[in-house]
Design a protein around this ligand. Structure first.
Ligand code: MEV
Length: 439
């Protein structure tokens, strides 16, 4: 069969599965059966999932783990974590337990401002454009009143509109830069709708003015879109305790351990290769929460990494310091999260995760998510500066290696006990399985 097709989207689901299986797989029957085996038996639920996107042919599972014992601002939480990487949930649990005996996590929302932009070209007199925008600023914002009614009733809406001259970046390029408060919604649709409405109004108003009337002076909209860079939608999570309370962490005493943690963070602040991996560890925790709560992890990733590079150099998102015998570690990240709208009311497991967290509002979810990032960062550094990362990682990875080798239940049990105090590697596990093949 040819590997290209016209009108694929118009095929029924069974026809799609049939075409894919026949075209791309050695064993079409097995390929189709696998897709079917991942369907939910509850037809309504299956349909719900299928309708999230297009050309759905099955579901794709990720594990949902939980990490209890998180003490955040004196309140207890069990965190839902959707992640495939072994040891992330275990690390979260370990960090939660460690800090629950040392005062827990303190968090603070610094600001919740979202951003949207209308990018346009204008070839006329800059001063006239400025005056025009200034004169019509309120009118432009008011053109969205029908869209912002509910949001304004909840204390949100458009908070500012400003004209930016961007001609140093591209000829004739200007933008309207708008800021928004979107309450408990992530607000992407709301922001984009407002921007598109304002753009239409801007064009209409402009066409009524002589200054814009000749073609080359006309204002030409390029695009309207929210920005996922939200440096003013910020949250901070912090842990702090007397150095002695950290306890000895083999091979270090408490003081040495605190110093090693500070050195590890300093390296990530100064050295971009390390900073990227350091921040990746933070995002292990953040993404797991973001996915579990039905938020857009691509938006969060893009915004967080842009924030890490805001000084012009990519740096650690966390900081650690020692002051008057007190060790502290802090994470500050932009998190534009929502607890209403989007998947939150549609995906039953997302609803479950929200309930597990006590149905938090967006600000509370920002704080919990930042804690997940800080906990992950602390746990990673704790391992890195003491036993090394592989000890814990490979223990968790052992199960994956065993599954990949299609070990039986009995072989798995034997292997788990054998490798309890031995180093795990693919070779060692393969050799062990060979030895215990028929036992
Ligand atoms: C692995 O997923 C994450 C770590 O590499 C993070 C780090 O190095 O800090 C362990």
């Amino acid at each position: 069969m040819p590997k290209r097709i016209e009108g694929f989207s118009k095929l029924t689901q069974e026809e799609k599965i049939d075409w894919i299986s026949q075209t791309h797989f050695k064993n079409p029957t097995l390929a189709a059966a696998l897709l079917h085996s991942y369907w939910n038996l509850d037809a309504m639920l299956q349909q719900r999932h299928e309708e999230f996107t297009e050309n759905t042919v099955s579901n794709f599972y990720l594990p949902l783990g939980v990490a209890p014992n998180f003490l955040i601002n004196e309140q207890w939480y069990t965190l839902p974590m959707v992640i495939e990487e072994s040891s992330v949930v275990a690390a979260a649990c370990k960090a939660a337990k460690f800090w629950m005996h040392r005062g827990g996590f303190q968090t603070r929302v610094v600001a919740t401002e979202k951003v949207g932009q209308i990018h346009f070209l204008y070839q006329g007199d800059e001063k006239k454009l400025k005056d025009f925008i200034q004169l019509h600023q309120t009118q432009l914002i008011d053109s969205t009143r029908h869209l912002t009614k509910n949001m304004r009733a909840r204390g949100g809406g458009i908070t500012a509109l400003e004209l930016n001259d961007q001609r140093s970046l591209m000829p004739h390029y200007f933008q309207l830069h708008l800021t928004f408060e979107t309450g408990d919604a992530m607000g992407a649709n709301f922001i984009n709708s407002c921007l598109e409405e304002i753009a239409v109004h801007l064009k209409n108003l402009a066409s009524q003015y002589a200054v814009f009337s000749t073609l080359e002076k006309q204002l030409e909209i390029v695009m309207c879109i929210l920005s996922n860079y939200v440096p003013n939608c910020l949250v901070t999570a912090k842990v702090s305790c007397p150095i002695e309370a950290l306890g000895a962490q083999k091979p270090w005493n408490a003081h040495e351990f605190a110093e090693k943690l500070v050195q590890a963070v300093t390296i990530a602040q100064e050295e971009p290769f390390r900073a990227v991996t350091h921040n990746k560890g933070i995002m292990n925790g953040v993404d797991a929460l973001v996915i579990a709560t039905g938020n857009d992890f691509r938006a969060i990733e893009a915004g967080v990494h842009a924030y890490a590079a805001r000084s012009g150099k990519y740096k650690s998102l966390s900081s650690a310091w020692i002051e008057e015998e007190q060790f502290s570690m802090e994470l500050q990240i932009p998190l534009a999260l929502g607890t209403v709208g989007g998947l939150t009311g549609l995906h039953p497991m997302v609803g479950w995760c929200h309930e597990l967290l006590g149905n938090p509002d967006a600000k509370t979810l920002m704080q919990i998510t930042a804690v997940a990032g800080l906990a992950q960062n602390f746990a990673a550094l704790q391992s890195l500066v003491t036993s090394g990362i592989q000890k814990g990682h490979m223990k968790m990875h052992l199960v994956n290696i065993l599954n990949q080798a299609q070990a039986t239940k009995m072989q798995k049990e034997k292997a788990l006990s054998h490798f309890k105090n031995r180093p795990v590697s693919v070779q060692a596990v393969t050799a062990f399985l060979d030895e215990h093949k028929n036992k």
